[in-house]
Ligand binder design. Sequence first.
Ligand code: BG6
Length: 476
Amino acid sequence: MQKNNNVPTLITLFGGTGDLSQKKLLPAFFNLYRGGYLPDSFKILGVARKQLSDDEYRGFVARSVCADDDGKCDREAVDSFLGHILYQSGDTGSPESYKILSERLIAEETAIGQCANKLFYVAMSPKFYDTLLRNLADSGLTIPCSNETGWTRILIEKPFGDDTKTAQALDELLGLLFSEEQIFRIDHYLGKETIQNILTFRFSNAIFEPVWDSGHIDRVEIRLLEKDGVGERGGFYDGVGALRDVGQNHILQMLALIAMDNPTIMNAESIRRKRVEVFEKLHHMAPDELERSAIRGQYKGYREETNVDPSSKTETYFKIRAFLHGNRWDGVPFILESGKGLGEKKTEINIYFKRTKNCLCSPGSERHHENILTFRIQPDEGISILFWSKKAGLTSELEPNKLSFDYQTNDEDDGKTITTAYDRILHDAIVGDQTLFTSTQEVLASWKFITPIVDGWKDTEPYSYKRGSNGPESVH
Ligand code: BG6
């Protein structure tokens, strides 16, 4: 992490009073601030429809950054952070709002006495993207005010479109209004510490890469399981479903990091290119393969959730057997699974190695033994390897054992620790590193895999499953 590069920076947060801002973004900005990772001179300008004064918004921000106030909230730091917070009410559909916004930002720049960097974070529903992006570009706000300093960048949240066609349209619009270096497409999973560790683990240890292929790996499981249902997000989720919500992005990004070839250098261009190569190798399912290789479910009670269609066929669960073309992964199934309303919250990746050809164990001790490498993304972040060893005593029986690495929990929070995915993502956007952001090619290639599945599922009835279970019974 780089400490602040000291160019004054103005951050505009569209959707400044929304859920994402409140729960993730404002706390992440505060973490960066406490750690000294923001420029000395910066302002965060929340924009939303609500009529609020700067002070009222500061109250909202204070509650957001001290949400888990267990007496540990650093009041002094919060008060000084609030000195950097501003608010502007505005309607994304009204050009007048952008004019006012522009005047506000220019006034800030005048006060600073220098052309400032400008970061625009779109933390809003995708239905507003088109109008917002066009109005923003028309306002001239995204044109840098100087060649030396004063970059402007735009951060947008997933989902990028609903299918290949709409993703392409959104991308064309973005490409028309901004240059690729200005666009930061967010997939917060890429900012998770344990996910970043996948590449380091694979490519900085000589013992794994030689066995990282179909000759040695039997199958890979990538699972993102959630206990909670859709909660307050029914209105958004019902039009999206699990596969678009987390499959097209988080799950495929994890797959890319597991399956990619060595990028050889640690920079945005080479890593993003290797991720695209994986997506381009994904086998696209024909309609008759769908039934065998992809299943979807819906938890009981989903249709009664707030703002969900009472006859909804939206899936809240999926399990897919995906394959990659090419020698390295030929015939290795990648099991992709995710669901809401399940028995546990857990994201993990399991790599199952093939069994040894013969086993040095007593005849009849037939549990014939595979090694499992597990990346525990959350909770209990860490990495473990299951291996087999001889049981002690007069026996040649084997027993499973584990080598395990656990991330330390940071009890002594000194305010300097970068803890959340959003801390990392916001930091990287400010320093201009696009490694953890998805490129236009990645977005399109991933949709080409997902679209035939969502199309094939259209109008089919999802299997239903009990809340708190492992998903539809037919899958297990
Ligand atoms: C979001 C999805 O992108 O990721 C949510 O929209 C999901 O539906 C969330 O709950 C999971 O993220 P995390 O970081 O809590 O695992």
